[in-house]
Ligand binder design. Structure first.
Ligand SMILES: [Zn+2]
Length: 145
């Protein structure tokens, strides 16, 4: 059966499956581990990066991923910066345990944290121009020594 299509469906994020050589998979995993982010986040960042860098009019997503991945070794630093821009905890220098007065989502894993939960409020040093809403993380996502 075909999946229903329509405006509602178009907004959903899609799951892409693509073949990658084993060595590339290892590389992606190693890189993601180093940055302490899920591989899927890394792949998404690489794709977004490829899309923004390249003229994608004639290039499909899979080609974009392959091409970007080929350059992974050389573009580590640039990608790292880019991922850090996406990092909801970038600029956070400390966490303080607080009790929620209203429900929020964990900034890292997105799990819903109801009012009354003990969570950790990210405190920014305010020097990097970080703006936006306060960030909270759940106990699981709290960095550990
Ligand atoms: Zn979390």
């Amino acid at each position: 059966m075909d999946e229903p299509t329509g405006p509602k469906e178009a907004k959903k994020e899609r799951v892409l499956h693509t073949r990658v050589p084993a060595v590339l998979e290892r590389e992606l995993k190693r890189f993601a581990e180093k940055l302490r982010i899920p591989v899927s986040n890394l792949v998404r960042t690489i794709l977004e990066d490829a899309v923004s860098v390249a003229d994608v009019a004639t290039e499909n997503v899979e080609q974009g991923l392959k091409r970007a991945a080929e350059h992974l070794e050389h573009e580590r630093e640039r990608l790292k910066k880019r991922i850090e821009q996406h990092d909801p905890l970038a600029g956070v220098v400390a966490f303080q345990e607080v009790t929620l007065a209203m429900p929020v989502s964990c900034a890292r894993c997105n799990s819903e944290l109801p009012a009354g939960t003990r969570v950790h409020l990210g405190i920014s040093d305010g020097r990097d121009g970080r703006e936006g809403p306060r960030v909270f993380v759940c106990g699981t996502c709290l960095p550990r020594a």
